[in-house]
Design a protein around this ligand. Structure first.
Ligand code: TYD
Length: 210
């Protein structure tokens, strides 16, 4: 795989989408060939799985959720990510397996060893070259969200309680501690411009070495 794999992670309302848009603009302006895709989803089957995960009226256990995420993930890696990396492209992922470790593992109470085994099976070696974690307390994230979105529009996962989302945040920080070379923790309460500059600087220094 010759390309460069970048993932973005963070809790609700952390500004992930804004930063991904800005990063893509930067890639375009600097003539990097890239693709950007989202998890869960990114393939036709993945989008169907996404629909189940976000809107199913059935009660999904953390185990079922995780297996659905992993199926979507494997399809995305094999059909989209690996071919793009083989062509030397930058691949930008809006969430990746760290989301499963946090949402289904640390917050959903699945065993981390199980997540690890199944994730390694699903991703076939596609570990990110860098992961940007936009870190924000849950209350701040929800404040931001409710400004531009009516609460009734929150999806199934977003509606879970504060305790769950606090565990998500702590889970992310644990992952960052365990993977200090891969994961860059960014204080997401900074201005979008400041965050954008940090992301670009990290990308430039890591991409050069690559
Ligand atoms: P999405 O609408 O993409 O949310 P966001 O804009 O916050 O990325 O919904 C994805 C939801 O799925 C989000 O709440 C996180 C959750 N998720 C998991 O629980 N596990 C996973 O492995 C992934 C990829 C996402």
């Amino acid at each position: 795989m010759k390309g460069f794999l970048v993932s973005f992670e963070g809790g609700e309302g952390c500004g992930k989408s804004t930063q991904i848009k800005r990063f893509i603009k930067y890639l375009e302006n600097n003539n990097h060939e890239y693709i950007c895709t989202r998890e869960p989803g990114g393939t036709p089957v993945g989008e169907e799985i996404r629909n189940i995960l976000l809107h199913s009226k059935d009660n999904l256990s953390p185990k079922t959720e995780f297996l659905l995420f992993s199926a979507s993930r494997n399809k995305l890696i094999e059909d989209v990510v690996k071919p793009a990396l083989d062509q030397g492209k930058v691949v930008v992922l809006d969430r990746y397996y760290d989301s499963s470790y946090t949402y289904q593992g640390y917050a959903g109470n699945l065993r981390i060893e199980d997540i690890k085994t199944i994730t390694n099976f699903a991703i076939s070696g596609a570990v990110p070259d860098v992961t940007f974690l936009l870190d924000l307390p849950y209350e701040e994230g929800m404040n931001r969200k409710s400004k531009d979105e009516a609460l009734k529009n929150l999806d199934r996962i977003e509606q879970k309680d504060k305790q769950y989302h606090d565990s998500v945040r702590n889970g992310y920080l644990t992952i960052a501690k365990d993977n200090p070379n891969r994961v860059v923790v960014i204080d997401a309460s900074q201005s979008p411009e400041q965050i954008e500059r940090i992301i670009q600087a990290e990308f430039i220094s890591r991409h050069k070495k690559y």
